[in-house]
Design a protein around this ligand. Structure first.
Ligand SMILES: Cc1cc2nc3c(=O)[nH]c(=O)nc-3n(C[C@H](O)[C@H](O)[C@H](O)COP(=O)(O)OP(=O)(O)OC[C@H]3O[C@@H](n4cnc5c(N)ncnc54)[C@H](O)[C@@H]3O)c2cc1C
Length: 293
């Protein structure tokens, strides 16, 4: 039984980029998609809530922790197999726990185009598919060919990219009813040296603009229609605004950072207060991009 291998009371804060959150009651790091499906479906059948954990780079875990099973895919479920299609396209079939940045850098090295601007996103492939992670005009959905997932009962199914309901930071996997196991990606042929230069330019842009020296989880808010969340937050005078040890970054107003001992409650209160002040000032309703548990 896979549940014999579950650990108990495992701290989740070190597994999130925020470095925030209490322990998971149960914890399991599957090695294969079949092990992941077994753990996922046996927990669900027993009424145990499951938190699928990728790289924890878009999550605010509650201070009380997670009352069910944390299924950590990135520890061991990260294999990838590369092939070349007949038209010269570079293909990869990768497990959900694979690091997006590693896949993007491998694609670039082999002359595969379409992921060079995604290399700075610190998530897993599963998290990137679920969120349709994207940056500088590139999105995960643009290179996805298929996704292997399973439903609440553990039944596996494969969807083509056009069946995944990809949208701005969303997909059909977003509501938590499915477990993403693997994805097939395809990159058009490109020139490795120029792709590498593009990748490095965008990594440098991130280092320049984003507060990468402090724990955070990327953009705090989604982009509102016709505007930028960072512009609105800055114009509302909220750069540096602080609740406990959670603060709006001085460097980038759509990043909130952990100044040391921030709690999930601090982050939630910070986000709510920023939403309130931006609404009052500009009549725009900001929506958080990060997932609060
Ligand atoms: C410094 C920094 C910069 C960032 N820049 C960007 C950016 O440019 N663009 C962007 O889009 N995002 C960005 N992000 C946010 C984040 O990296 C992405 O949203 C990423 O795709 C999240 O992947 P993850 O593996 O960390 O997911 P997690 O945070 O582990 O999980 C996020 C959600 O996905 C679910 N999930 C994860 N894996 C699976 C799976 N296999 N099956 C089912 N559900 C799953 C989780 O349960 C959770 O609900 C940034 C974050 C940081 C810290």
């Amino acid at each position: 039984m896979v549940s014999d291998k579950w650990l108990r009371d495992v701290p989740l804060a070190p597994r999130t980029t925020w470095r925030i959150g209490g322990p998971a009651k149960f914890f399991f790091a599957p090695e294969t998609p079949d092990e992941a499906v077994e753990a996922w479906s046996s927990a669900r059948q027993r009424g145990i809530p499951v938190l699928v954990l990728g790289k924890g780079s878009n999550l605010v875990v509650a201070d009380e922790g997670w009352p069910g099973l944390a299924l950590a895919l990135s520890d061991r479920m990260n294999k990838a197999e590369w092939t070349r299609g007949p038209s010269g396209n570079l293909r990869v079939r990768a497990q959900a726990g694979a690091k997006l940045s590693v896949l993007a850098a491998s694609a670039v090295r082999s002359g595969g185009a379409g992921m060079e601007k995604l290399a700075g996103i610190p998530g897993s492939l599963g998290g990137a598919v679920l969120m349709n992670a994207g940056a500088y005009g590139q999105e995960t959905a643009q290179v996805v060919v298929s996704v292997l997932a399973c439903d609440a009962e553990g039944r596996k199914f494969e969807l083509g990219a056009d069946e995944c309901a990809f949208g701005y930071r969303t997909s059909c996997f977003r509501d938590g009813e499915f477990l993403v196991l693997e994805a097939g990606l395809e990159c058009a042929p490109g020139e490795a040296a120029s792709l590498k230069a593009e990748m490095e330019r965008h990594l440098a842009l991130r280092r320049e603009k984003q507060p990468l020296e402090l724990p955070n989880a990327g953009s705090l808010f989604k982009r509102p229609q016709g505007d930028f969340a960072g512009r609105l937050v800055e114009a509302a005078g909220l750069k540096g605004f602080r609740v406990g040890d959670a603060a709006i970054s001085e460097k980038h107003a759509n990043f909130a950072v952990n100044l040391g001992h921030a709690t999930a409650r601090d982050v939630r209160r910070l986000a709510d207060e920023v939403i309130r002040r931006v609404r009052e000032r500009f009549g725009v309703e900001l929506e958080t991009e990060q997932i609060f548990l």
